[in-house]
Design a binder for this molecule. Structure first.
Ligand code: LLP
Length: 419
């Protein structure tokens, strides 16, 4: 369910015509529905209502501080993977005790920042990181809450770039070796062992990989408890998929039911780190047709958004629906929707049956709320686009479009080059 719909041939976001926002802010821009974001978070959170839990929204999927604020205001926490994401989460007013910190390469300054902020726990991904966190905690005189991120070796059956829980991936500690890591942690007085965590992958469209992972975690928790290691938090990561095209992922309620059932009797607070399922279908990218042309019988629609604005199609060959902002009658044709970047891989959609777009028409790239803006860059020295939040009849610019000065901000010409 989302709040993007056609009313008399025109695409609306809630009670606001998309065209009106384009007139106000120019193109391209990301557009999010406040109602959809709030709803998605609420449905997910409520699905776990019967058990102690924290929904830590995965900031990497969409880290705009206004968007984080929506979830924080609804009682959510944040899953972070860097000092920058912690900064954003704090700007959004998160309670530090609802922040979990994952990532294979945490730097010392980032660890210290998180310790000083007082986060709930670090999801530790290696033996060396464990020792480093302990050393930082000792230095600062602050005990560090930790969970080991274990690699449960389950196949999430998703794209290889975003599958993270197989034993050959760089993530986490092998589940068999993790006992040793917990034993080591137990000997470190500045560590407070709080939990076990895992994350098996993203855009997962079946329930069974999550339940398999949970079963493995349960076995581990039992073993740890036998050794007197108290586990209070069970962090299952994120990963629930969404419909981009024809996928039929489980509804969050169904997902929660399976997890609550499988976690019964464990007496742990559940931590969930959803990203895509909350924001993916709550946002679109709006772009304008610059030119159309035909090369060797192939039709190209050249738009003003490129792979620097939305890299998912180029990077993962992922599918995003393309919709006209204003529907018109007439013929359709097969075409590629491409951007202005100097790379053949710069496309938003390939070989699609689409209306015969004309110059100046507005095009919506659907399901772009997750890993859209957060993965955008200034490649080809293109200013990053603006982000707009719609609430009912009103729209709010939650990130202004960059200008040329933003692009060179921080750069300097050394004196010897100035003469
Ligand atoms: N927790 C951890 C530790 C993660 O690594 C991730 C995503 C999440 C939670 C959130 O997963 P989600 O619920 O959004 O599936 N850029 C890729 C996705 C990369 C996902 C990385 N980790 C894409 O555009 O599809």
């Amino acid at each position: 369910m989302n709040d993007f719909k056609y009313i008399e041939q025109e695409l609306w976001c809630e009670q606001t015509p998309v065209r009106a926002v384009a007139q106000k802010v120019g193109t391209p821009f990301y557009l999010y529905s406040h109602q959809t974001l709030k709803n998605h978070f609420h449905v997910f959170d409520q699905a776990f209502a019967e058990v102690p839990h924290i929904v830590c929204f995965a900031a990497k999927s969409n880290s705009n501080i206004a968007i984080l604020r929506i979830f924080v205001a609804a009682g959510g926490g944040v899953d972070i993977v860097s000092g920058g994401e912690l900064y954003r989460a704090l700007q959004a007013g998160v309670e530090p005790r609802k922040v979990v910190y994952s990532g294979v390469g945490k730097r010392i300054d980032e660890i210290e920042y998180a310790l000083n902020a007082g986060i709930l726990m670090f999801n530790v991904e290696s033996f060396q990181e464990l020792a480093e966190i302990h050393a930082c905690a000792q230095r600062l005189g602050k005990r560090a809450g930790i969970a080991l991120r274990v690699n449960p070796d389950v196949d999430p059956q998703t794209h290889p770039y975003i599958s993270t829980g197989l034993k050959e991936n760089k993530f986490g500690v092998n589940i068999k070796k993790s006992i040793e890591a917990y034993r080591a942690a137990q000997k470190m007085p500045w560590l407070d062992i709080k939990g076990v965590s895992c994350h098996i992958g993203s855009q997962v469209t079946k329930i069974s990989p999550f339940v398999d992972a949970l079963d493995r975690l349960k076995k581990l928790i039992r073993l740890l408890r036998k050794e007197g290691i108290d586990i209070r938090y069970l962090d299952l990561g994120g990963g629930l998929g969404i419909t981009y095209r024809e996928e039929e992922p489980p509804h969050p309620v169904e997902y929660a039911k399976a997890i609550i059932g499988a976690a019964k009797g464990m007496d742990c607070t559940l931590v969930l780190e959803p990203g895509r399922v909350i924001v993916g279908n709550a946002g679109i990218l709006v772009t304008k047709v610059l030119y159309t042309k035909t090369n060797e019988g192939k039709n190209f629609v050249i738009v003003d958004a490129g792979m620097n604005d939305l890299i998912r199609p180029s990077l993962y060959n992922s599918y995003h629906q393309i919709q006209p902002v204003i529907k018109k009658k007439g013929k359709t044709q097969q075409a590629d929707i491409v951007g202005p970047i100097c790379e053949s891989g710069d496309y938003l959609a390939k070989e699609r049956q689409l209306p015969e777009f004309e110059r100046g028409e507005l095009v919506a790239v659907m399901s772009a709320g997750a890993y859209g803006f957060t993965m955008s860059s200034n490649y080809n020295s293109r200013p990053r686009v603006s982000e707009v939040l719609v609430k009912g009849r009103r729209s709010y610019v939650i990130r202004r479009r960059e200008g040329y000065a933003d692009i060179v901000r921080g750069e300097k010409i050394p004196k010897f080059l100035k003469t």
